[in-house]
Design a protein around this ligand. Structure first.
Ligand SMILES: Nc1ncnc2c1ncn2[C@@H]1O[C@H](COP(=O)(O)OP(=O)(O)OP(=O)(O)O)[C@@H](O)[C@H]1O
Ligand SMILES: [Mg+2]
Length: 506
């Protein structure tokens, strides 16, 4: 065996440009949704206020796709760099662009023809086209005449592209159905538009909801024969948009190592939910775990990245992390910007992370599991049926009772006022299915406010919940009688006290 040599000698070099067919291999990890999101990135970097994704059909068949924006556009001297694979520019600290690849990789993953038509303020429109051709021998990009570029830019888009804007056009889109069956095409369009709304709404939810950015993203379908159909607005889909917070959550777990500060914002959904924010594209169970954001753009929604394994009982746990700035070294983002991989240091840092109250990642996972178990028990506990709420109860209370409790198929329970002999607070009338409240206390309980049929909803709901079960069965049982006596004594004392306080004041 000869000695190992550190230095490798060379003698001159040969230029080996990549085979042009390498273009076809770009963006293989893309789906239609992720590819279009990559184009939306570019529109956002171009500070567009409006973006339109438009499918084009020719009667039955889908024939093309546009992404149009009213952003800053591309100047004639910049268009060739923009069309170059890996043609990077100077990026600002807020730019979503990074590799100089997105436009090309996204487009070639979906279409055999990419045309870019653009106008920058004060410049003539420019156009270029890349064709994916298996017989391609060189990296030649076609120049599109300025008048065609101008015509495409001024096609009468729903937003005017005055001084500047960009039209990206895909032809020969591989994922479009080849079928001429109108039902297939309709089905494809409605499914794709709804997936797209979900995906784009999720990935850009922070940017869409940011009042400083003010961007609107829409999707529509143009039929070259019959015009444009309905517009679908992309709304922000916030994976942390739960209706109420679980007490004590969210918490920020912070880890510091070698000058790097990592913050994991740990959220727990209060329970399973039918909200689209919970039932995210791909299914809520798959969306547990860590949400990686770069410059407010969500890259990767869910998964535990070696911190833990997926578990049905952890589906209420979602944690956000911003991978900008000094933590960026811990992560690798794929060029499609649809996946973030975390290195081994990440799991180590997360296990050392603490909230100000000492909470660790293990505590967080336990809390999320406990929340899931509690929510599940609540939902599955068999609640016994009640009488339907009747007269005297506020409509909002009736709605809530109907939503939360199964109803017995019987006459409703009324809760009404009338003068009662003596000073009893209430009386139970099983024949008319009514709890009568003694009119003598009404003024005091209303505290000077005007009464009405549905007045004092708190007291009446409490009475409903308390007395509902004594109306069950054909006669009052001994236990019911005993309960009524007890409630009567306590409530009458309370009502007298109310009356006394009220009369002393007036
Ligand atoms: N809609 C657009 N409006 C204005 N300029 C655009 C638009 N789309 C692309 N460009 C220009 O083309 C360039 C190349 O875009 P591309 O998406 O390929 O790379 P990038 O955005 O620079 O980086 P990345 O690979 O991270 O997306 C951009 O840097 C930008 O200058
Ligand atoms: Mg880009």
């Amino acid at each position: 065996m000869s000695e190992w040599c550190q230095e490798i000698p060379t003698e001159g070099s040969v230029e080996l440009p990549p085979d042009p067919r390498a273009l076809e291999a770009l963006g293989r990890n893309h789906s239609l949704e992720t590819a279009l999101a990559d184009l939306v990135d570019n529109s956002i970097d171009a500070t567009a206020s409006q973006v339109l994704i438009r499918f084009v059909r020719d009667g039955i068949r889908l024939i093309g796709l546009y992404v149009v924006d009213d952003g800053t556009g591309i100047a004639p001297e910049a268009i060739d760099a923009a069309m170059t694979v890996g043609g990077r520019r100077d990026y600002s600290s807020t730019d979503l662009g990074r590799f100089g690849l997105g436009l090309k990789a996204a487009s070639f993953s979906q279409a055999a023809s990419l045309t870019v038509l653009s106008r920058a303020d004060g410049h003539d429109p420019v156009g270029r086209r890349w064709l994916l051709d298996p017989r391609r021998r060189a990296f030649n990009c076609d120049k599109v005449p300025a008048d065609f570029a101008a015509a495409e830019l001024d096609r009468g888009w729903p937003m005017p592209i005055g001084r500047s804007g960009t039209v990206i056009r895909w032809d020969a889109v591989s994922g479009f159905p080849a079928s001429d069956e109108p039902e297939h095409v309709e089905e494809f369009l409605s499914r794709t538009v709804s997936h797209l709304q979900g995906h784009v709404g999720l990935m850009f939810h922070r940017i869409l909801a940011d009042s400083r950015v003010r961007i609107r993203i829409r999707i529509d379908v143009e039929d070259t024969r019959h015009g444009v159909g309905v517009t679908h607005e992309v709304r922000p889909l916030n994976p942390f948009g739960y209706p109420r917070r679980l007490p004590g959550w969210p918490k920020s777990l912070v880890a510091e190592a070698n000058g790097t500060r990592l913050v994991l914002r740990c959220h727990i959904w209060p329970g399973r939910s039918n909200l689209p924010e919970y039932r995210l594209p791909g299914g809520a169970e798959q969306r547990q775990g860590i949400y990686f954001y770069r410059r407010d753009r969500l890259l990767h929604a869910g998964g535990w990245e070696g911190v833990h394994s997926a578990d049905k009982k952890l589906q209420l746990a979602r944690a956000a992390i911003d991978i900008d700035g000094d933590v960026s070294g811990l992560f690798v983002m794929n060029p499609e910007k649809s996946r973030v991989s975390a290195g081994p240091d990440f799991a180590r840092m997360i296990s050392s992370a603490r909230a100000t109250d000492g909470t660790t990642i293990t505590d967080y996972l336990h809390a999320a599991e406990a929340a899931w178990i509690a929510a599940n028990q609540r939902a599955t506990a068999q609640r016994s049926a009640v009488l339907p709420p009747g007269r005297g109860l506020h409509p909002g209370v009736c709605r809530e009772i109907r939503d939360e409790l199964p109803q017995r198929n019987e006459e409703p329970l009324n809760i009404l006022w009338k003068p009662l002999t003596g000073d009893d607070f209430f009386s139970i009338d099983r024949t008319t299915r009514t709890v009568w409240i003694n009119q003598a206390y009404r003024r005091a309980l209303l505290g000077g406010r005007r009464g009405g049929l549905n007045d004092l909803p708190v007291i009446k709901s409490l009475l409903f919940l308390l007395t509902e079960q004594v109306f069950e069965g054909s006669h009052l049982g001994a236990r019911d009688k005993d309960n009524i006596e007890l409630w009567q004594e306590i409530l009458t004392a309370a009502a007298r006290a109310e009356k006394f306080t009220y009369e002393a004041r007036t």
